[in-house]
Ligand binder design. Structure first.
Ligand code: AMP
Length: 182
């Protein structure tokens, strides 16, 4: 099972990713988590990524793609994986597809968690992560619209997209996702 969870910040990708991960016994790979860890460890990559993250902008592709490439080479991805927060642009989607094509493991499904913007803002303001200030949230949502929204169309054209309404209880949304994957 090789899945991408796609959706704006605050649509529940992290929460649903954890549940899917336990259910299918495959890892969730979050570029946001990997980047936050690199920042906390003050690695060269973390230092290079921090300014963009604090501003709610996308971190440079070479940093993020390098991280994903290394992570996907680890043995625990053998039976599949769930990607959360990657790809975030059409360029990243093309890079990912080429990478997976090379190892003969194409994606099965891309699940788009669809949540209205007004609800996203409320959820993010309630979450209180370091980069969850109102200004940064606005930035991240506009970056999402400009750069990540096209990824939805990219995977629709590839015949891999499943759109799931991301409003309701965690369990309701989870059931919809399982349905979309079956
Ligand atoms: P997230 O936890 O997915 O919301 O990611 C937090 C921040 O990490 C984002 O606002 C970006 O600055 C950066 N980031 C995460 N994933 C990516 C990606 N695929 N490409 C570029 N930047 C990313």
């Amino acid at each position: 099972m090789r899945i991408v969870l796609l959706g704006a910040p605050g649509t529940g990708k992290g929460t649903q990713g954890e549940k899917l991960s336990a259910h299918f016994a495959i890892p969730t790979i979050s570029t946001g988590d990997l980047l936050r860890q690199a920042v906390a460890d003050q690695t060269a990559l973390g230092v290079a990524a921090k300014t963009a993250m604090d501003a709610g902008q996308l971190v440079a592709d070479d940093i993020v793609v390098g991280m994903i490439r290394e992570r996907l080479a680890e043995p625990d991805t053998q039976n599949g994986f769930i990607l959360d927060g990657f790809p975030r642009s059409n360029a990243q989607s093309e890079t990912l597809d080429a990478l997976l094509q090379d190892i003969g493991k194409p994606l099965h499904r891309v699940v788009h968690l669809d949540v209205p913007n007004s609800e996203i803002m409320d959820r993010l303001l309630a979450r209180k992560r370091a980069d969850d200030t109102e200004d940064t949230i606005r930035n991240r949502l506009s970056v999402y619209e400009a750069q990540t929204r096209p990824v939805v169309d990219y995977y629709r054209a590839a015949g891999k997209l499943a759109v799931v309404e991301g409003v309701g209880s965690i369990d309701e949304i989870y059931a919809r996702i399982l349905d979309a994957l079956s």
